[in-house]
Design a protein around this ligand. Structure first.
Ligand SMILES: NC(=O)c1ccc[n+]([C@@H]2O[C@H](COP(=O)([O-])OP(=O)(O)OC[C@H]3O[C@@H](n4cnc5c(N)ncnc54)[C@H](O)[C@@H]3O)[C@@H](O)[C@H]2O)c1
Length: 256
């Protein structure tokens, strides 16, 4: 039986870990040809090897346009085109305005926001050449709700939600759809690092779990499943949306 993404070509940044890794696996299960791209090339290759078939892992630095261009061209060269770009790579640098250095601010905004502009720019004509395509991004509930001591991260994700809407308008006539997901706290190496930076990591994790009405942290596959839908033809009339995949954390004030 054909998969929901049968023969679509997908390039996934940050594909070596967490949400990106789960997305690479789910896309491949649904029949997509997957390029796993990550700053850490060994992890990208490991994920591609685990998927098998035509999947391949490649090094990318999403803050570097030359690197992005090389990966997009390699993708098109090997698979004959590009249908879906998943801009998922991201970092989190904890700190409020008075604590963050200018360099930290720039790194956060370059990795989480400018990168999507650059990746979309490099992919755009290839998506259009297929008669349309899909640009997906991993934003965050932190782009909708402020988190204390997380100024650059929250600002980057809020910017990404708006960039998604702008790309949706600009891409509509070429049938290029742009959508993002907004995860709640999710079990990945990134969130482990975030909890470990807190004075009491176990208490911070418990606190975060209790913030979600559905009573648990997210798992990477929760987001991968949302991306499968948004990348598929089932979402042909869905563009410019931010899909909350967050256990209900952004519904309102939750007393636990
Ligand atoms: N985990 C959460 O709770 C959570 C919540 C909301 C949003 N997010 C977002 O989800 C996305 C994925 O994060 P994750 O939780 O899976 O974390 P993760 O740390 O497991 O994965 C992030 C991946 O991005 C890669 N990366 C970092 N900088 C890069 C660069 N310059 N170029 C290429 N690759 C780079 C890393 O090597 C890593 O493999 C991020 O955009 C993150 O902001 C995560």
């Amino acid at each position: 039986m054909a998969g929901r993404l049968q023969d679509k070509v997908a390039l996934i940044t940050g594909g070596g870990s967490g949400i990106g890794e789960a997305t690479a696996h789910r896309f491949a299960e649904e029949g997509a040809k997957v390029v796993v791209a990550d700053l850490k090339v060994e992890t990208a290759q490991k994920v591609a090897d685990a998927i098998g078939g035509e999947a391949f892992g490649v090094e990318i630095n999403v803050t570097d346009r030359t690197s992005i261009n090389r990966v997009v061209e390699e993708t098109v060269g090997r698979f004959g085109g590009l249908d879906t770009l998943v801009c998922n790579a991201g970092v989190t640098i904890v700190g409020g305005v008075m604590d963050l250095t200018e360099e930290q601010w720039d790194k956060e905004l370059d990795t989480n926001l400018k990168s999507v502009f650059l990746c979309a720019k490099e992919a755009w004509n290839h998506l259009a050449a297929r008669g349309g395509g899909s640009i997906l991004s991993t934003a965050s509930m932190a782009g909708q709700w402020a988190i204390p001591a997380d100024a650059a991260y929250c600002a980057s994700k809020a910017g990404l939600i708006m960039l998604t809407k702008c790309m949706a308008l600009d891409g509509a006539k070429q049938n290029i759809r742009a959508n993002c997901i907004c995860p709640g706290f999710t079990n990945t190496p990134m969130i482990d690092g975030y909890f470990n930076d807190q004075p009491d990591p176990a208490a911070a994790r418990k606190f975060a779990e209790n913030l979600h009405p559905l009573g648990r942290l997210g798992e990477p596959v929760d987001h991968a499943n949302a991306f499968v839908y948004l990348a598929s033809d089932e979402a042909n009339w869905v563009t410019g949306t931010e899909l909350n995949v967050d256990g209900g954390i952004t519904c309102g004030i939750w007393g636990g």
